[in-house]
Design a protein around this ligand. Sequence first.
Ligand SMILES: NC(=O)c1ccc[n+]([C@@H]2O[C@H](COP(=O)([O-])OP(=O)(O)OC[C@H]3O[C@@H](n4cnc5c(N)ncnc54)[C@H](OP(=O)(O)O)[C@@H]3O)[C@@H](O)[C@H]2O)c1
Length: 341
Amino acid sequence: MTKIGILGGTRFIGFHLVKAALQKGWSVSIFNRGITKPPEKLPKEVEQFHGNRNNGRGLKNFFKNDYDAVIDLSGHTPAHVKPIVELFRKKIGHYIFCSTSYVYQTPPPVPIDENSPRTFAPGTYGGDKALAEELIFDIAKKENWPVTVFRLQGVFGEYDAGAQASYVFRRLKNNLPVILMTKGDILFNPLYVSDLVDAFVKAANNEISYGKVYTIAGDDAVYMIDFVKRCKKIVGTELRTKIVMESSYLGTKIGVPWPDYSLVLNNNAVKNDLGINFTPLDDALSQTWKWLCENPKYLRPIVEREEKYVLQNKPISNFRRKLWRIGDKIKRPFSFLMRRF
Ligand SMILES: NC(=O)c1ccc[n+]([C@@H]2O[C@H](COP(=O)([O-])OP(=O)(O)OC[C@H]3O[C@@H](n4cnc5c(N)ncnc54)[C@H](OP(=O)(O)O)[C@@H]3O)[C@@H](O)[C@H]2O)c1
């Protein structure tokens, strides 16, 4: 039986992966701190190990097992991957590292592919992931160790609708205007979580993926307004939108969260090598909407305080912003206490 180790496994992508691996009949072990509550009860067949990537504690225990493949979803920095590649490499038949499109220099080319230039700025999300990738490939080349890196973006679906769909569906459901703070015509191809998990599963122990990097995102690259219209069609309610140039409200982040520049990942390599059929965006959004309707707590209305200014085309003064900041600082300890009790 294939034995698979998942570093992570309890929040979103990892939980989907656990379920997909079990469905394949694989034996699954996961490693995390035991802090994140899984969206549903973990299946009893899953072997659980606890420890912390920040200090390496618990890894020795997890690697008492030998794994045919380990999929690393919780590695963010070179320090996180160093013990894996230096101490436990021999326990791993194939290592798959989950990276991100943030590794690319900005603004990136359109589309981005596996060879587009990366940033290596330490202490940044993308820079640290790129440095971790380098460490992995250095050792993999020297030791002839099978590794694969996936660079992904904009993952959404059941258990996490993603920033864009969460906002738009929530607004539509509550008949609130959808605010588009736009920098202009920016394209983005989000990724349905089931397609990503399919790729992880098909890559595991598959020689064709050894030594490769794959950029992975969905087939449909969309502009912000198209994305909103697709969601509207699914919900079937009236669409009230307000399009505002971001430059009129500098520093105000409200409305549909959208990348600052086009982020279109080319998915040809992952299709050719692994035969992934990407779910059309409309179908993936419909599945996500269905899940949200079954979990209505994620659809509760949220009205942002900047909204009334933006909707009435009123400026937000610096004085008001300062007051808000002070108010936030005062409220923070109270809201922390409210969450605890
Ligand atoms: N979602 C996206 O759009 C997107 C885009 C690009 C890349 N990614 C990549 O996707 C991966 C995360 O996806 P996910 O959150 O859905 O994965 P997940 O595996 O479902 O959840 C993250 C897991 O990491 C564990 N974890 C966090 N900090 C840890 C630590 N210090 N030591 C040990 N375990 C730790 C968490 O459990 P505990 O909290 O209990 O430890 C949890 O099980 C990351 O590598 C991220 O860079 C995501």
